[in-house]
Write a protein that binds this ligand. Structure first.
Ligand SMILES: Cc1ncc(COP(=O)(O)O)c(C=O)c1O
Length: 342
């Protein structure tokens, strides 16, 4: 059986062209700064985000962890959304490794605002953990930060002497969906991590961007974490290919997500909050059912997705074409809700 895999945008496999770029990559020892392909990827990434420098890291998690060491660390607090990836899905590294104390805040649709953040910024006092950093995730649950809110958060941070890190695992989705250039979004944060291995379709890797001084420190922390890699230009080549070829096409993933969400909303058994379908991620609610059972039924019909809590997450990606989207919609229309209780 062929499955339409909507569990995540991390599941994509490198295309033939991307594999060729990887096979042809010039390489050297990146721990000695001698891998020309990594150097090119880092230079291009920094330019694209309007930052001084960049560092190729193995994963989004590492790209988020390194700034937690540098901007915050032991005895310091990090303000973030309670649903953020650093709180929910990075094995507690924020405290277990960086030694910082995450403060998970609630805000509608995952979007923090100065009104939500400011009351949690601690005054300076000898007995209080110092609020050191704000972490914003863009996109969060597929929802994009409005530029004005990022600017307001930036101003708030400056006023209180805090640093801002952006988990831009899906920064390019945010940029394509909002029409705001990636460097304009990135300017609202001191440091930004973006992933090559999600919507952009590379098999591995993320890039951490910031000032040269920050990246010099980040390189040392990366080494401490065992993340110094050697002839890694093979992977950086996939990243370069992705940046060259796969940014604009993210609009297709967004169209596919909207089409699938609209189809779900034509059924009488499930619904999606359309106002949250801004990019490639959608959450489907199936009231009165066991979510895992719904996941099983969808799988039996050829659609893979993930259920968590009260909702089912579907993520469109490079592996899903217009034709696949039509077929996915057809499957959704033909499902009989009685199957969820059998
Ligand atoms: C928003 C967000 N940030 C960070 C990450 C971590 O990326 P990685 O799996 O490469 O560590 C993910 C992974 O799905 C993510 O969705």
């Amino acid at each position: 059986m062929t499955y339409y895999d909507l569990r995540s945008d991390t599941i994509t496999k490198p295309t033939t062209e991307m594999r060729k770029a990887m096979a042809d990559a010039e390489v050297g020892d990146d721990v000695y700064f001698e891998d020309p392909t990594v150097n090119r990827l880092e230079k291009l990434s920094a330019e694209m985000l309007g930052k001084e420098a960049a560092l190729f890291v193995s994963s989004g998690s590492m790209g988020n962890l390194i700034p937690l060491f540098i901007h915050a660390g032991r005895g310091c607090e990090v303000l973030t959304h309670r649903d953020s990836h650093i709180i929910q899905h990075e094995v507690g590294a924020v405290s277990a490794l960086a030694g910082a104390l995450p403060i998970g805040l609630d805000a509608p649709r995952g979007i923090l605002t100065p009104e939500v953040l400011e009351p949690h910024i601690k005054p300076h006092a000898y007995d209080l953990a110092r609020t050191a950093m704000i972490e914003v995730e863009n996109t969060i649950g597929g929802v994009c930060y409005p530029l004005e809110i990022l600017q307001d958060i930036r101003n708030l941070a400056t006023r209180y002497g805090l640093l801002v890190h952006m988990d831009g695992a899906r920064l390019w989705n945010a940029s394509v969906a909002t029409g705001v250039a990636a460097d304009t979004l990135a300017t609202q944060a001191d440091t930004v991590t973006f992933c090559l291995s999600k919507g952009l379709g590379a098999p591995v890797g993320s890039v951490l961007c910031g000032t040269q001084e920050f990246i010099d420190k980040a390189r040392a922390i990366r080494k401490m974490l065992g993340g110094g890699m050697r002839q890694v230009g093979i992977l950086a080549a996939a990243g370069l290919y992705a940046l060259d070829h796969n940014i604009n096409r993210l609009a297709d993933d967004h169209d596919h997500a909207r089409t699938i969400a609209e189809t779900i909303n034509t059924t009488e058994w499930a619904h999606v909050a359309m106002e949250n379908v801004e990019t490639n991620i959608l959450f489907m609610y199936v009231p009165g059912t066991n979510i895992q059972k719904v996941v099983e039924v969808l799988k039996a019909h050829g659609i893979l997705c993930s259920g968590s809590g009260e909702s089912i997450r579907l993520v469109t990606n490079l592996g899903i074409s217009d034709y696949d989207t039509e077929h996915i919609c057809e499957i959704i229309r033909t499902i009989n809700p009685k199957e969820f209780s059998s």
